[in-house]
Write a protein that binds this ligand. Structure first.
Ligand code: RBF
Length: 398
């Protein structure tokens, strides 16, 4: 009997929540979410075990009375500011950290926030590259009720979280780099990547049309993607081409797909074939596999403009433009919002250039020292217009 009872228990070590499911012989399933100290936890466990030896109703009543104060203890005590209540965060990485700037910035932002707040605890979990396993891994991570909020960054995460959330209706999820609304357990933040693609495409075409040493006359630029997904196919790739065509109306985009987020050799082979076909400026959305592209442009002589992070030092003179996604800043703001109880669950908010979450990194030798003055002037003026809202464009639907 003791074993049957124990088997129905899922408990977290720091006891942020308890899931009680004594199935036999009571046929009673109840969920109690409360914050308990370890001694309180032990008493509750003992009492529930005794339900088998004592008239059930009396004992259940006594247990409930004893722990009623604990049930409300999750709210800060009178006088305790909201900001000081304990917060446990799971940062769920849909892939691996290394080589994926959007994930690295997410983790760094959460860790920095935890370092600045004694009451905030962060666990970083890398789910690996097998996308078929992400949902089950997330389900088992949250089953203990240990985390107040799950934080992730991936366009495919909302559906996964919605499914997992059906089993755990108290679980909250916050996802950046994703579009999703209407689910009270999920809050989403979408970077306007059409904008970043547009200005990087504009710079790519300026470089391709220039007399820089590795530029040619082919009017062809390249895009290497790890895999296709709606945000990429409907906004990022079209935005890159649209930006390039504002400089060179008849420029062509050579778009190729690696098939995963880690195969740098395949990316290198694709880049080489694309250079043979006339591409002289590249971009990529390829995570760690993008290292193959970096290798090839250095070996063969070509240029790249990169999304999301400062990569200039990886290939000075070859990587000539980098956008920045302010993911670390957004992550810290989100966690401050969680502490303040101000996350708008059920909604999706968009963050772009004008909101200060996407921009271009001008202040780096990799940009300053390698581009002709004429390009820097034209691109600088374009970005000034962009920030001031003077660039018109229509973001395609997803
Ligand atoms: N970006 C990365 O940098 N590394 C990854 O491992 C990675 N995996 C992804 C898996 C899926 C299923 C999807 C839809 C996107 C992935 N991304 C990855 C893309 C990333 O979340 C983001 O959309 C792009 O980096 C553009 O900002």
């Amino acid at each position: 009997m003791q074993d049957n009872l124990s088997a129905g228990w899922l408990r977290s070590v720091d006891s942020t929540s308890v899931f009680v499911s004594p199935q036999r012989p009571l046929r009673l399933v109840c969920t109690i979410q409360m914050q308990l100290s370890l001694p309180q936890y032990t008493i509750l466990e003992n009492c529930l075990t005794r339900l088998y030896h004592t008239p059930m109703r009396i004992m259940l009543f006594l247990v409930c009375m004893a722990f009623l104060p604990a049930c409300t203890a999750k709210k800060p005590a009178a006088g305790q500011p909201e900001q000081d209540k304990p917060l446990s965060v799971l940062v769920y990485i849909t892939g691996v950290l290394a080589g994926s700037p959007s994930y690295e910035m997410l983790a760094a932002g959460a860790q920095e926030f935890a370092a600045e707040h004694d009451n905030v605890k962060v666990k970083i979990y890398e789910a690996g590259f097998n996308q078929a396993e992400w949902e089950e891994q997330l389900r088992s991570m949250v089953a203990g009720g240990e985390y107040d909020v799950v934080l992730g960054s991936n366009p495919s995460l909302p559906e996964i979280c919605a499914n997992v959330g059906k089993t755990f209706p108290a679980q909250k999820f916050i996802i950046t780099d994703a579009q999703y609304s209407g689910n009270p357990q999920i809050s989403a933040y979408l970077y306007n990547q059409y904008e970043q693609a547009l200005f990087l495409g504009y710079l790519a075409a300026l470089v391709s049309a220039s007399t820089m040493p590795h530029a040619n006359d082919a009017k062809r630029i390249g895009f290497i993607a790890a895999q296709e997904f709606p945000l990429l196919s409907r906004q990022i790739v079209p935005g890159f081409l649209e930006g390039a065509r504002r400089v060179e109306p008849d420029i062509e985009l050579d778009f190729r797909v690696i098939g995963n987020w880690y195969d740098a050799n395949k990316a290198a082979d694709l880049a080489s074939a694309m250079i043979n076909a006339g591409a002289d400026v590249f971009t990529s959305i390829a995570g760690g596999a993008a290292q193959g592209l970096v290798r090839t442009i250095k070996e063969r002589g070509a240029y790249a403009v990169n999304f999301n992070t400062n990569d200039y030092s990886q290939a000075p003179g070859f990587i000539v433009g980098c956008g920045i996604m302010e993911q670390k800043k957004l992550t810290k703001e989100i966690l401050a919002g969680v502490l303040a109880g101000k996350i708008p669950y059920g909604t999706c908010q968009t963050a772009g250039v004008r909101e200060g979450y996407l921009d271009f990194i001008f202040d780096d030798a990799g940009y300053r020292d390698y581009l002709p003055v004429a390009i820097k002037e034209q691109f600088g003026a374009f970005m000034d217009d962009f920030r001031a809202g003077r660039i018109e464009y229509t973001v395609p639907p997803m």
